[in-house]
Write a protein of this length. Structure first.
Length: 119
């Protein structure tokens, strides 16, 4: 099994920045990609960004140019640097880990961390 623990959430003013972190533990050798999803109030969970251990990245259109995903593969920690935050970015952000880059969402989820953007 794989456990994922997120950190870095909180309240941010619009236009501000925040970095989320997520560290995997357990059977981490099976993880080849990690990413982030988010769920806004009353909406379905949606893909935000993903990165493979080879450095391939993918973003949803609405965060391109504002969010940057990175990963420390040795630590199996994924980061989501968020800039120019908007109230519409307010959501619970979930870390996800997959056994392959094309297999998102993977089987492993974090507990979720709330990010609130105030206008």
């Amino acid at each position: 099994q794989v456990q994922l623990v997120e950190s870095g959430g909180g309240l941010v003013h619009a236009g501000g920045s925040r970095r989320l972190s997520c560290t995997a533990s357990g059977s981490i050798l099976r993880i080849n990609a990690m990413g982030w999803y988010r769920q806004q109030s009353g909406k379905e969970r949606e893909f935000v960004a993903a990165i493979s251990i080879n450095g391939n990245k993918n973003y949803r259109d609405s965060v391109k140019g504002r969010f940057t995903i990175s990963m420390d593969n040795a630590k199996k920690t994924v980061y989501l640097q968020m800039r120019s935050l908007k109230p519409d970015d307010t959501a619970v952000y979930y870390c996800n880990a997959a056994t392959n880059y094309g297999g998102f969402p993977g089987d492993y989820w974090g507990q979720g961390i709330r990010v609130t953007i105030s206008s």
